[in-house]
Design a protein around this ligand. Structure first.
Ligand SMILES: [Ca+2]
Ligand SMILES: [Ca+2]
Length: 185
């Protein structure tokens, strides 16, 4: 196991974050900022993520994972997540640097109408369920937004939960989640 920075080790001891769902490469995602969908937490299935099939159906990007990671040249960091199914979830351990209201920007893709997902902290939704529209094909990313997201300064685990599949048979492909703080607060 790689060296864990003392601050993260101290947080484990304090019990303020789940020990079995730890930040990708031991680095908290910073908010405001961009979280690559493929950089979900490290940890075993059921702790860091839940995926309905054991196999990674996509690219060999992370060592051992059941999550389906898609290699795609049009995506930020060259990868996103795909083959999303109802009931699946992904954790992202974050550090919110400034309390306030945020907009989340997400490039998504779907051939035919996609499904619904939501972002939560401790089971509380950050905004209404987000719908992935027909973007014109799996290879066509379109930026969608969710607005009015209130976040409090500090460390949190944001969970992305797949709620319902659409006409496409999937929820949709997601490239990243970019948290932009509103200028007015
Ligand atoms: Ca899978
Ligand atoms: Ca990405």
């Amino acid at each position: 196991m790689k060296h864990i920075p003392i601050t993260i080790a101290a947080l484990f001891l304090a019990g303020s974050i789940q020990a079995d769902s730890s930040p990708y490469k031991n680095k908290f995602h910073q908010i405001p900022g961009k979280i690559e969908a493929e950089h979900y937490d490290e940890g075993p299935p059921g702790e860091a993520y839940h995926d309905v099939d054991e196999k990674n159906l996509g690219a060999d990007y992370r060592e051992v994972t059941q999550v389906d990671i898609e290699k795609r040249p049009d995506a930020s960091n060259g990868h996103g997540i795909g083959w999303t199914r109802k009931g699946e979830w992904l954790n992202y351990t974050v550090n919110v640097k400034e309390s306030g209201t945020y907009t989340i920007e997400m490039p998504v893709a779907s051939k035919k109408n996609g499904g619904l997902f939501v972002l939560e902290i401790k089971g509380k939704a950050l905004c209404e369920p987000i719908h992935i529209p027909d973007t014109g094909g799996w290879d066509k990313l379109k930026l969608i937004k969710c607005t009015g997201v209130k976040l409090v300064k500090g460390q949190h685990v944001i969970r992305v939960v797949m709620l319902a599949q659409g006409q496409s048979g999937s929820i949709g492909d997601i490239d990243y989640f970019k948290f932009v703080k509103n200028a007015s607060n």
